[in-house]
Design a protein around this ligand. Sequence first.
Ligand code: ZN
Length: 264
Amino acid sequence: MNDNDHRRFELETMTTAEARALLSGVKAALIPIGSTEQHGTNMTMNTDTRLAQAMCTKLGAAMYPDLVVLPPISVGISYHHMAFAGSMTLSPATLQAVLFDYIRSMKKHGVQRFILMNGHGGNQSALSSAATVALHELEVEVVNVFYWNLATEEIKQAAVTERYGHACEIEASFGLYLDSSIVRSDKLRTSTLHEYPMPYSGLEAGPKVDYPYPWQYLTTDGSLGDATQASREKGEALIELIAGRLQTFISSFIVRGDTYAAGK
Ligand SMILES: [Zn+2]
């Protein structure tokens, strides 16, 4: 892909004439959704947004002219990171309202299928609820994808440290491959972790009990694991695997003639 290629399918970089031409044949819209939140000393605040957007750009190029990539939603649900300087959060209701307005806008231009490309775990529950509402009330076909979840086993195998998932060796590897401007390569460090915070006994926080603890009780510097283990090669292998799986799925998603949204 050359440097200007993304202008062919990224809505915000088009003229209205170019948009009209693309939208007349487009099969689905990709919406990158990220966060503006601390990623320790390892990575920048816009990490989740840039990675989700880069994944969309990759798919938009590979599947041109079937997909249009919409402007990213750059602030997400980050209450749990607010103790760290610079983090911002939306409430779930605000995120959902913005998302519904994105969908209504594009539906007016004829788009009927939407893929929410989520780059931040904290957004998942709000986006999952929003997808349900959008399908039933806005009558569009919509799926929500947290791209990390598409290679859970492979990520686990690639990880050197046991705890990862935020500003860690995996996320820094994604960054080194997709957009190195979000990685502070000279400042990568190992985090200081605490046990999962849970002030009550009987069940552990995590899959058993969903306890929304603030992040500063889990990690001193804001990151997880050991980001010094990151590599571009590791990022490339995982991202290409995830992108391939997404492309296979989206190829099927866009050719279906009937949709649940249409009540068929
Ligand atoms: Zn992140």
